[in-house]
Design a protein around this ligand. Sequence first.
Ligand SMILES: Nc1nc2c(c(=O)[nH]1)N[C@H]1C(S)=C(S)[C@@H](COP(=O)(O)OP(=O)(O)OC[C@H]3O[C@@H](n4cnc5c(=O)[nH]c(N)nc54)[C@H](O)[C@@H]3O)O[C@H]1N2
Ligand SMILES: Nc1nc2c(c(=O)[nH]1)N[C@H]1C(S)=C(S)[C@@H](COP(=O)(O)OP(=O)(O)OC[C@H]3O[C@@H](n4cnc5c(=O)[nH]c(N)nc54)[C@H](O)[C@@H]3O)O[C@H]1N2
Ligand code: SF4
Ligand SMILES: [Mo]
Length: 743
Amino acid sequence: METTTRYRTCPLCEATCGLEIETHGRTITSIRGDDRDPFSRGYICPKGPALKHLDTDPDRLRRPMIRRGTTWQEVGWDDAFAEIDRRLPALRATHGKDAVAVYLGNPSVHALALTLYSRALLRVLGTRSIFSASTVDQMPKHISAGFMFGLPLSIPVPDVDRTQYLLILGADPVVSNGSLMTAPDIRERLRAIRARGGKIVVVDPRRSRTAEDADVHHFIRPGTDALLLFAIVQTLFAEGLVRLGHLAEHTHGVDRVAELARPFTPDAVAPVTGVPADVIRCLARELAAAESAAVYGRVGTCQQEFGTLASWLVDVVNALTGNLDRPGGAMFTRAAAGAANTHGTPGRGKGFQTGRRTSRVRGFPEVMGELPCACLAEEIETPGEGQIRGLITIAGNPVLSTPNGYRLARALAGLDFMVSLDIYLNETTRHAHVILPGLSPLEQSHYDVALWQLAIRNYARWSPPVFAPPADRPTDWEVLLRLAAIVLGQGPAADTAALDDFVARQQVGAALHVPALAGRTPDEIMAALAPRRGPDRLLDLMLRTGPYGDGFGARPDGLSLAVLEAHPHGVDLGPLEPRIPEVLRTPSGAVELAPDPIVADVPRLRAALARKPNGLVLVGRRDLRSNNSWMHNVENLVRGRERCTMQVHPEDAAALGLVDGAPARVRSRAGTIEVPVEVTPAMMRGVASVPHGWGHDAPGTRMAVAAAHAGVNCNLLADEEALDPLSGNAILNGTPITVEPAH
Ligand SMILES: Nc1nc2c(c(=O)[nH]1)N[C@H]1C(S)=C(S)[C@@H](COP(=O)(O)OP(=O)(O)OC[C@H]3O[C@@H](n4cnc5c(=O)[nH]c(N)nc54)[C@H](O)[C@@H]3O)O[C@H]1N2
Ligand SMILES: Nc1nc2c(c(=O)[nH]1)N[C@H]1C(S)=C(S)[C@@H](COP(=O)(O)OP(=O)(O)OC[C@H]3O[C@@H](n4cnc5c(=O)[nH]c(N)nc54)[C@H](O)[C@@H]3O)O[C@H]1N2
Ligand code: SF4
Ligand SMILES: [Mo]
C-alpha cells in the first residue's frame, strides 16, 4: 500500500481550513494544516485532526437502523427504505403534507450533498412544516440583510485583513473560528489588525478569549446591544459625525433613522446596558474617526430579545460611518457559486418578505420558508388540522440545541413516524423509527456553497473524496433522492440516476437565463456537464454560470470544477471589492436604512429603556474543542477538566452561597438543571454562562465517550416561549434564572 497525500477542506466549522491528509490504504496517518493554502495558510484547530477519529469512531453509524419499541436492529438499505415506504406515504395520505415536518441541522450547511439535495426532498414533500438551526442562530441577520439589501444572504462581512478598527459584539471568534464571516486563522488576522496600529474593541457580558486578545473589553448586560448601538447612532447624529461616503446616493431612510435614534441617548441607555455613557460616546467618535472601521455582531447579538434590531443596527452604524461597502469596512463577498446576489438584474429586485404564512399554534410568521424551531414541540403536541405527526431530521440534534429540550424530547417520543439522517444514535435520533447513516465526511467531495458567500476574501476550493465510499451503500445525495422518490410514490427502489438527471436538467433550465448562456440548449449544457453526476455536476453548473465562470466556453479562462480540481489548495479570487449598488436587490434599488417592518419593532426597544436590571440571567459560550453537540464522542476533544460548568462572578457566587467546583441548582421558567459552578471574574456581575451541546446522559443513545463526559443540557432552561418577534429566533441569551447551591 502506498502513502498518499490529499488536500481537502475541513467541513467542521465556518473557517473552512485547508487540510493536508496523509493516508495509507484506508488508514489516515496524519492530518495537518495545508501550508500551501493561500486562504488558511496552514492553520487548523484541534478539531481538524479529530476528523480521523470521527472517521474511525466505532459508534459512528454505518448501517441503517430500525427501532421496534426500545430495540434497535441494524438492517440493509433496501429494508430501511422499504420500512419508510410502508409508513411515510401513508402518513402523508391520511394527514396531509404539512403533517410531515423537516428539521435541518447545522452540518447540513457544511456538507455539499446535504446542502444541494435536501432542497430536492423539501420540494417534493411540499410541507410548510420546515424548521432548522437557523432559528436558534442567525435568522435575525438574514432578516436585517433581506430588508436592507434585498436578499437574506447579502450579509456584509468585516474586512478584517484591511480594517483599522473592529468593534465585536456577541462573538468570540478566537474560540468559534468565526461565523457569518469565513476567515480561517482569525486569531492571527486579529493580531495583524493590532500589529498595523489598528484597534479591536469587544463588547460581551463575558471576558472572552477574543476580549483577552483585544485592546479594550466592555461588559454589557445581555440582550441590550440594540440600545448600545442606537446610542452610538444617536451620538453620530448629535455630534455631526454621520458620513455616508459613496453610499449617499444609494441610501434611503437616513432621516428616519435619525428620528428613531433620538430617545436612545448614551445617558438613557447606560443604566440598562451597563455600558457607561462616556464609553458609548467614545465608541461613536472612534468609529467615525477611524481610517476604516467595521462593526461585527454574532450569536450574542442574534439569540436575544432584540436580535433583529441589533443585527440591523450593526449595519446602520457601518453605513452611517461610511464603512459599509468600502475596503476595511463591512463588505459583500462575490462568491464563485450559488450566491443569489450574483444572479438576476444587478441593483434591483423583488425585495424580501416574511410572514407569507404563519405557524398553526402560535401564529408565528414564516421567515425564509421556515417556522421557528422553538415552535416544533407545540406543533407536534397540539391536535387539529396540520398537526405534525412525522418528522425527518437531517444532521440535527434539536433536543440539545433548541429551547426546552425536555418538552421537545417528549413531543418527539409521541410522533407516529420519524426518520433521521445522521451519523450517531444520540439524544434526538434515539426517538427516530429509522436512522439512515451519513457517509464519513472523508468519503464525499466538498465545497462550501453557503460559507464562501460570507468569506472575507473571494475564494473557492473543491475537495474530492479522500476515500471512496463503501461500495454496498448509497451516497448521501442518493439517500435524499430515494426519500424523494418514496414521497413521489415511485417506491423504495426508484432509479436515482434518472431522478438526478431530472434535478440537474431543471437547474440547467433555470441557468439558461444567464446572459452568457443566451442561445444555448439544455441538451448542450447537460452534455458539457457529463460525465459528472450528483452534487459535483450541480456545482460545476453553478461555478460555470457564476460571476467567474467559463460560461461553458463564453469565457475560456473562467472557472469550472475542472479548474478547481487542478488547484487542490484553492483558487484565490482576490480581496473583497465594493459592490453597491450592483449587489442590491431591493425594489427601490437603494440600501433601505429604515425598513418598515424593522422600524415597527422599535417601540418595543423604547419600552426597554425604562427597565431596571435585576436578578441573574444566563448566556452561553463556546469551547475550541467542542462543535455544538456532536463531537463529544472524540476522546481527544473531551479529555481534561470538566467544561460544562456554570461560570459566575465571585461576588454573585458569594451572595448566592455558591462554591467553585460544587453543584448549583439552576431554575428558569422552562426547567431546572444541576451544574458545577466555576467562579471567575471573567463574568459580568448578574450574568452566568453555561455552554450548550452537553447533556449526553439520555438512555438509549450510543455514544460511549460522550456519555462518560455527559455534562448537562443548558437548553432545558431556554424558554420556548421567548422569541425575537420579527425573526422567530429563540432567545437563548438573557434567560432569567434563579440559582442556589445544590447540596
Ligand atoms: N443555548 C444555546 N443553544 C444553542 C446555541 C447557543 O449558542 N446556545 N447555538 C445554536 C447554534 S448557533 C446552532 S448552529 C445549533 C446547532 O443545532 P443542531 O444543528 O440541531 O445541532 P448539532 O449539535 O450541530 O447537531 C448536528 C447533528 O448532525 C449529525 N451530523 C454531524 N455530521 C453529519 C454528517 O456529515 N451527516 C449527517 N447526516 N449527520 C451529521 C450529528 O450527529 C448531530 O446529530 O445549536 C444552537 N443551540
Ligand atoms: N469551537 C467551536 N466553534 C464553533 C462552534 C462550536 O460549538 N465550538 N459552533 C459554530 C457555530 S454553529 C456558530 S453559529 C458559531 C458562533 O460563533 P460566535 O458567535 O463567535 O459564538 P460564541 O463563541 O458562542 O460567542 C458568542 C459570545 O456572545 C456573548 N454574548 C451572549 N449574550 C450576549 C449579548 O446579549 N450581547 C453581547 N454583546 N454578547 C453576548 C457570549 O458571552 C459569547 O462570548 O461558532 C461556530 N464555531
Ligand atoms: S477552525 Fe478547526 S474545525 Fe474549523 S475548519 Fe479549521 S480545522 Fe476545521
Ligand atoms: Mo450556529
